[in-house]
Design a protein. Sequence first.
Length: 136
Amino acid sequence: MFGWDDAIGATLKIIDKVIPDADKKAQTQLDIIKAQQSGELDEIKAALGDVASARAREMTVKDRTPAVLAALAVGGFLALIGVVVFGYQPAAAMRDLFMILVGAAITTYKDVYGYYFGSSSGSRAKDATIKQLSGE
């Protein structure tokens, strides 16, 4: 898969061959890296805007649906954990389906927890990156 970093790397290699002047080459490479960082910053800002918009909507509308769905998801997760802890053994034919259900419940619980309590280290790293890229 050819991604953004691959394109930047290829562009920087082309600049090495095309621009003989070291100062102009360095300035061009710096401009390209700044453009890449600006694009990444715009993507992060857009994602954060979506999250802020969803939370602001929930607070403004006072809609209880997300909270009820979250409570059901956490309750279902805890019930499933209880079933596993107390030794439920699914039939051999249902074992794979049961494991998929457990995985889905864990993922849903993680999403609910992340929504209401935020992600800690990833969020701090993201905040530091935004601050660095925006020059604050």
